[in-house]
Design a protein around this ligand. Sequence first.
Ligand SMILES: *Cc1c(COP(=O)(O)O)cnc(C)c1O
Length: 396
Amino acid sequence: MTIKSFIPPKRTLMGPGPSDVSERVLQALARPTIGHLDPSFVGMMDEMKSLLQYAFQTGNDLTFPVSAPGSAGMETCFVNLVEPGDKVIVCQNGVFGGRMKENVERCGGVPIMVEDAWGEVVDPNKLEAALKANPDAKVVAFVHAETSTGVQSDAKTLTELAHQHDCLVIVDAVTSLGGTPIKVDEWQIDAIYSGTQKCLSAPPGLSPVSFSARAADVIKSRKSKIQSWFLDLSLVMGYWGGGAKRAYHHTAPINNLYGLHEALVILQEEGLENAWARHAFYHQALRAGLEAMGIRFLVKEAHRLPQLNAVTVPDGVDEAAVRQTLLQDYGLEIGAGLGALAGKVWRIGLMGHACNENNVLYCLEALDKVLGKMNAPIKAGTAVVAAQEVLAKQAV
Ligand SMILES: *Cc1c(COP(=O)(O)O)cnc(C)c1O
């Protein structure tokens, strides 16, 4: 049999990422591939830098997209800033903090763990205690928006504490960028990485990063060679930072960069503040519907991420069967729980382009029908009305 072209089914992506990619971004991806050193492409790269500086709210010169997904942005921060023997305080309150620990160990660093329960924020008091107990620590690393639990930690306060103890900070903003406020310069974050497939709604495969001048100086004065050739910033910058004289480092993922460029143009058109407000607003509508049904949130109200709603599975419900039916009958993807939360929660994303009125109502209606059919202990028929009441209050 001859294998034919792959045509993906139509889906609505309301999981932990990827999120729905808009028609405009899809069209940008389909534009003709040109050379990665073509002057016209280089002009696009300069724009990309300004667009990312806007998204991160920074003037950092060292701001560009790493040619690989969010995990590679994480690794870029660690391999460049952590040398063998360096002490790194890693705050963990979910899956991604655990990966930071792995990164520190693989760089030959010594991780000092500050642990909080999954579903809780990183506790600044615990961080402060760890900083006092480890005056020789060099870096503090934490996840701003923990996608595994739907929690947002206080990046500003954690960064201030780290600086009071003369540490650099590495911040995971994969799920926060474009969805909730991040102010790299105002908060004086030293190194930050994100992803494209969450609130920016571009396809996966790129990781925007930004480094402060202070972080760049630390990298320049390293004693040991960076163990990763591909992610070594001093080499990558020959391409991304070279101004008019860009030198070949690796072949940039050209069409994927067109997609990110378009997604960032869309963000600029909407305005960052408006994008943050939109995420907050539709989260309130979704929340009203879920709560009317009797579904509870995992996270305390003050710490919830609008773009990632972790809710507890009603008693006696087979959570995997629900997700399967949503996908089969409604083409709707929501996320399962990870690690300690597997089987216990669903993660409903309202990210970027997917964060809109239609999706809120569609998801509530689908959940209502599917759970109702299973005789789950919910108040059927109430969710959509409750959400509509919130939606009627304000047009975004
Ligand atoms: C998705 C995610 C990552 C990893 O990004 P990939 O693009 O999947 O490599 C890292 N951190 C957080 C908080 C994430 O949500």
